[in-house]
Design a protein around this ligand. Structure first.
Ligand code: NOJ
Length: 728
């Protein structure tokens, strides 16, 4: 990708920025770079962090904390706003509140510079759609864009101008709780996911009242945290960083995202918040990014904990000089930038450049000419409308992966269902992580949906198995078990769920497992105990309805995994699909790269997912063209159901100057085929995509053999060879 990021500069606006900069004091400049959060007010003296700690150590229940947080008033530090010490807010969720504060900024501060407001709108605002990992399993950029558009319409009407999304962190380790927020283990998919989200949030015109500025995060390689432990170190070769991790951010940035959030982690010893190579050399110089960077929450101050900054002032100095523009909530910039400029540790040009990026975004959002844009958005938007629910349902249908089906699905409506597992009755669990604005009762549980569809069911109780034709058993993770700060060292299903499944199995009647989770789990025992498995993830507000659509065959399952499922946690990071070959690849012989007590391959591979029909692949061909490789394959629907198939095209470079992955996804195509219908598909793989970095970090594309694989999942493919003869 040699293209540079979108041109965000407009001569007239740059002149207005120059004029403003010439009038601003150092304090006001520092103020523009400070993002403030609201502190809680009330009859207690507690921060939001204290509340989380109390939940963790059991002094407060989650429900109590939720009530407290949603009912307590926030102090938005109006005095600071009036004095020009706040450049933006995080966490305002009402247009009235936003406009009240905007009036203070515009009418009562000396220069009248408007503020903007950011919020984590990750997979929907009020209309919660499937978690990103789930939605990625649809392999459908147009869907990703439509759900982003819906989120933006709702969120903008609640006074929000920026969403801290998309997250495009390639995640190869399911122990990491934030894999839920990603598009899985694959770089191209994460990039396409990010690109679609950016387009959906921002539209072509950020001044639109229903547009949100997108913030691409977490730059970079946050998903590679060692041991899958959140916030942990990332240490990798520059080649690997370039080939496997940076491309997704690059694509999302070049789609025109207006903001980028550096990650909490360090890369090879340099925290991203103070990483000049990342924030300036790569992001600005190489990719041409002209928007603003914003730290992760408190991350600048945390450079002291990293042991890279001596104190808050040192942290502020390093971050600003590295290319950080805005400080999310730590206060280090606000407190220290004036002094740092005065004593020469930071140049006024560097400070001005950061302020320029922030002001440029405010102009792009139209806030200088239209500061109360949230009111107009509020008038137009409606939340959780039937149309929004319909889109959430479609997204959920397209996200759930059918992992096993031994002839029991689809179900027939007359069958009596024994419904088991607490998650089947708990709608509020369906939203998954990062759903800050969803309300109790918004999500349709499985049991709600069965009531709604008049399907006869009997709940399974602890002491008795009811008479029924089939058991439907909900198992898996609660929403708090994935997401930020939710890494797990055990991905095996919990004992209660396993015991329940086994009890049902002993009845001799068919068992269907519906798995809710924010990550791949170790489902071996579920495969043994259930006749069918639907991986439902955390599906959002239309959870129950979408599950029934699939189980009863109103919709044919089509989703495919974007991250492999481990056999056991000890395999993590799982043998991800694009692993490299060792000198002793796993085999029967003892001295090969494997485990004594577990298979080495994942239980379900990348790209895997079943349908009620079956697709047959034949006649693969591949040739070199002027620009790369042209490959073709025929796919036909050999079953009785119309269905969607996600056709995946991979390549491998078998002899190269550095060891290369065993498979690399080059392209895919999602098609619909009627029973008996056949289609010939073609894929173009540009030379650039076949390239890699050699030992000296030179990008190269080799002549010689390239293997092409096309099929329905990474290990179920047809193969063709091409001999590249470019003579370079
Ligand atoms: C911390 C998370 O890492 C980031 O993803 C999020 O956007 C910020 N907090 C703000 O909530």
């Amino acid at each position: 990708m040699e293209r540079k990021a979108g041109n965000m500069k407009d001569v007239k606006i740059e002149q207005r920025i120059d004029a403003l900069l010439s009038r601003m004091t150092l304090e006001e400049k520092a103020g523009q770079l400070h993002q403030a959060g609201g502190s809680l007010v009330g009859a207690f003296d507690m921060t939001i962090g204290d509340i989380f700690t109390m939940v963790e150590d059991g002094r407060m229940t989650r429900e109590e904390a939720h009530k407290l947080l949603s009912e307590s008033k926030r102090d938005w530090q109006e005095e600071d706003l009036r004095a020009g010490r706040i450049g933006s807010y995080i966490g305002i969720t009402s247009a009235e509140e936003m406009n009240r504060l905007q009036h203070i900024a515009v009418e009562e501060s000396r220069l009248g510079i408007p503020v903007f407001n950011g919020f984590d709108v990750i997979h929907g605002f009020r209309t919660i759609t499937p978690i990103p990992l789930a939605e990625s399993c649809a392999w459908e950029p147009a869907l990703w864009e439509r759900t982003a558009r819906m989120s933006a319409e709702e969120a903008s009407s609640a006074g929000i101008h920026m969403t801290f999304s998309p997250m495009v962190d390639v995640s190869k380790d399911p122990r990491w709780g934030r894999i839920a927020e990603s598009a899985g283990e694959e770089a191209l998919l994460n990039g396409l996911y990010g690109e679609a989200k950016v387009k959906g949030y921002q539209t072509e015109d950020l001044t639109r009242h229903d547009a949100l500025a997108a913030c691409v995060k977490h730059f970079a390689a946050y998903g590679a945290a060692e041991g899958g432990r959140d916030y942990n170190r990332v240490d990798m070769s520059p080649q690997r960083l370039e080939e496997e991790y940076l491309p997704s951010y690059e694509r999302a940035v070049k789609a025109g995202a207006w903001a980028v959030m550096p990650a909490f982690n360090d890369i090879s010893g340099v925290p991203c918040s103070v990483n000049r190579k990342l924030l300036t050399d790569i992001l600005r110089r190489r990719w041409g990014f002209e928007g603003m960077t914003i730290s992760d929450a408190n991350a600048i101050a945390e450079c002291i904990n990293h042991g890279i900054a001596a104190d808050r002032q040192d942290a502020a100095r390093q971050a600003l000089n590295a290319g950080m523009d805005m400080d999310m909530t730590s206060g280090c910039f606000l407190e220290n930038l004036k002094t740092l400029v005065e004593n020469g540790a930071v140049s006024v040009e560097t400070l001005d450049e950061a302020v320029r990026h922030v002001l440029r975004l405010k102009f792009a959002l139209g806030l200088f000419d239209d500061p109360y844009r949230s009111s107009a958005a509020q008038e137009r938007a409606a939340m959780l409308t039937p149309a929004h629910r319909a889109l959430a349902r479609e997204a959920a249908q397209k996200s759930m992966v059918l992992l096993k089906n031994e002839g029991v699905l689809p179900l027939e409506k007359h069958m009596c269902v024994g419904l088991a597992g607490k998650l089947a009755f708990d709608g509020d669990e369906m939203s998954g992580t990062w759903a800050g604005f969803v309300k109790p009762g918004d999500c349709v549980s499985l049991s709600d949906a069965m009531h709604g569809a008049s399907i006869a069911f009997v709940p399974v109780t602890e002491d008795m198995l009811p008479e029924c034709d089939v058991f439907l058993c909900a198992v898996g993770e609660h929403k708090e078990e994935s997401g930020e700060a939710a890494s797990r060292a055990r991905l095996e299903l919990n004992e209660t769920d396993l015991a329940l499944l086994r009890r049902l199995r002993e009845s001799g009647r068919p068992v269907i497992a519906v798995v809710f989770a924010g990550r791949p789990l170790c489902l071996g025992p579920v495969v043994e105990a259930a006749d069918a498995i639907l991986m439902a993830w955390h599906p959002g507000v239309e959870a129950g309805n979408a599950i029934l659509d699939l189980l009863y065959g109103r919709v044919n399952p089509s989703a495919k995994l974007t991250a492999g499922f481990p056999v056991t946690t000890g395999q993590c990071p799982t043998l991800y699909y694009d692993h490299i070959m060792t000198g002793r690849p796993a085999g029967k012989f003892k001295f090969t790269s494997k485990y004594l007590d577990s298979p080495v391959e994942p239980l379900f591979p990348f790209g895997f997912g079943l349908s009620y029909t079956s697709f047959h692949y034949s006649d693969i061909s591949a040739v070199q063209t002027e620009d790369g490789i042209h490959a073709e394959i025929s796919v036909d629907n050999a079953g009785d159901w119309a269905g969607d198939e996600i056709v995946q095209c991979y390549f491998r470079d078998p002899v190269a100057r550095r060891v290369r992955p065993v498979r690399k996804l080059a392209a895919f195509s999602k098609i619909t085929l009627q029973p008996g219908e056949s289609r010939r598909l073609s894929f173009e793989i540009p030379f650039q995509m076949l390239g890699y970095y050699d030992q000296d970090m030179h990008f190269c594309v080799d002549d010689g053999q390239i293997e092409i694989f096309i099929g329905g999942n990474v290990w179920d493919t047809e193969k063709a060879d091409v001999i590249l003869t470019r003579g370079e």
